[in-house]
Design a protein around this ligand. Sequence first.
Ligand code: SAH
Length: 207
Amino acid sequence: MLEQFRARGVDDERVLAAMGRVPRHLFVPAALETDAYADRPLPIGGGQTISQPYIVALMTEAARPGPRDRCLDVGTGSGYQAAVLAELCGETFSVELLPAIAAFGAENLRRAGPPGDTVRLRVGDGWAGWPEAAPFDVIVVTAAPERVPPPLLEQLAIGGRLIVPVGRQDSVQVLERWTRLAPGAAGLRREELTDVRFVPLVSDAGR
Ligand code: SAH
C-alpha cells in the first residue's frame, strides 16, 4: 500500500508511517477484511464507503497535520480517516450524520484506533462543523457538498487547511484545499488538487 502511495507522489514520511500503523482491515466489515488493502473504496453499509487508501493518503498529506494540531474529520464512516488523523494530530474530532454508521465507526475506533480517548465523536450534520471545538488547524471532509460549507471556512484557524471534495453527485467533483491566511473572506486561498468521486454530503442546512 505504501509503495503505491509513493509511486503516485505521496511522500510525506509522517503520513506514510501513520497509514502503516493503522490496521485498515479492522475498519471494514468483517466479510471484506481480505480486500481491505485493495486499491479501491469498499462498502461499509448504508450506501456509504470507506475511501480508497490512496485518496486517504492524498487528503491527509494535503492537510499537513501537525503534532499539536486540532483536527476535524467530517463523515466519520468507518473511522479510518479519523484514526489516521489521530496518529498525526494533537486532538481529533469527527462528526457523522447517520447514527448506525457512527456506531460502526465508534466501535472500530475503540477496537483499532489509537490508544486513549483521542478521537471525539458526534452524531450530527457536519455542514455545521463543530463550533464548540473550533478553531481547527485541519478539517478533512470525506463526503462531497455542492459548495463549500461556510461554517467550515469560519472554523479554520489562521494557517488552517480545509480539504474538501466539491461538486454534484452526477458530475466530476474537485478536491479542493482552502487555506486561511488571514481573518475574513479575503484571507482565504483556494487550490484545486485533483478530480475525485465521493458520496454526497447530505445536509438540510446546505440546501
Ligand atoms: N472518512 C470515512 C469515509 C466515509 S464515507 C472513512 O474513513 O471510512 C462519507 C461519510 O459521510 C458517510 O458515512 C456519510 O454518512 C457521511 N455523511 C454524509 N453527509 C454528512 C453530513 N452532512 N455530516 C456528517 N457526515 C455526513
